[in-house]
Write a protein that binds this ligand. Structure first.
Ligand code: DX5
Ligand code: ZN
Length: 214
């Protein structure tokens, strides 16, 4: 079963509550929340206060994607704000094991993300500790970018690693996902699709979500 996680980065932030309600009603499985600090990525988004506010309006599973330096400093605030899953970037954590343990210590699900230029082989010694691996199919920072081919091969390698270690974890893909790229990454083994512009710019959000599950 494929899970669809609309990224609110492409929502209208002036009506965030209604936008979330719209995707929730249209069959979203998770809500993907992109947190950017202007350092790890060249863009800024929202902080824990906004997450806490939308938490009161939605019962969706909150998938918080931290694209920030020193995530350990803000993890407690995102836990308090109501995150269900917190994903950190391999590239942003000098002590990745410590950060992963910290998130698990709060009783939350934990994910590790890799940028397009980062080899999934770097996850070999942490994969048994996580609930999800996020393969970025764009360079993080902005919605609406084009899918970078190559993600499929990375998904296949990470799936092999997961199988060899007898793990049962999610493989999520984020960036440039639409019905066509979505099908390609699902064929490669992904089971959680993040999509921002494809869903929020669609005239029919329900159909867009449905098309990612085929
Ligand atoms: C990119 C973010 C994504 C982004 C995806 O830095 O992590 O979640 O919102 O947007 P689309 O689906 O438009 O590529
Ligand atoms: Zn994201």
């Amino acid at each position: 079963m494929v899970l669809v996680a609309p990224s609110i980065l492409s929502a209208d932030f002036a009506s965030l509550g209604e936008e979330i309600h719209k995707v929730e009603k249209a069959g979203a499985d998770w809500l993907h929340i992109d947190i950017m600090d202007g350092h790890f990525v060249p863009n800024l988004t929202i902080g824990p206060q906004v997450v806490a506010d939308i938490r009161k309006k939605s019962s969706l599973f909150f998938d918080v994607h931290l694209m920030i330096e020193r995530p350990e400093e803000l993890i407690p605030a995102f836990v308090d704000a109501g995150a269900d899953l917190i994903t950190v970037h391999q590239e942003a954590c000098i002590h990745l094991h410590r950060v992963v343990s910290m998130i698990k210590g709060y009783g939350k699900k934990v994910g590790v993300a890799v940028n397009p230029a980062t080899s999934v082989s770097l996850l070999a010694d942490i994969i048994s500790e996580v609930d999800l691996v996020l393969i970025m199919s764009v360079n993080p920072g902005f919605g609406g970018q084009k899918f970078i081919p190559g993600a499929e091969e990375k998904i296949k390698s990470i799936k092999k690693m997961i199988k060899n270690k007898h793990l049962g974890i999610h493989v999520q893909v984020d960036g440039g996902i639409n019905a066509e790229t979505g099908r390609r990454v699902v064929e490669a083994g992904a089971d959680v699709l993040v999509a921002g512009s494809y869903i929020f710019n669609s005239p029919n959000v329900k159909e867009a979500i449905k098309s990612l599950k085929l």
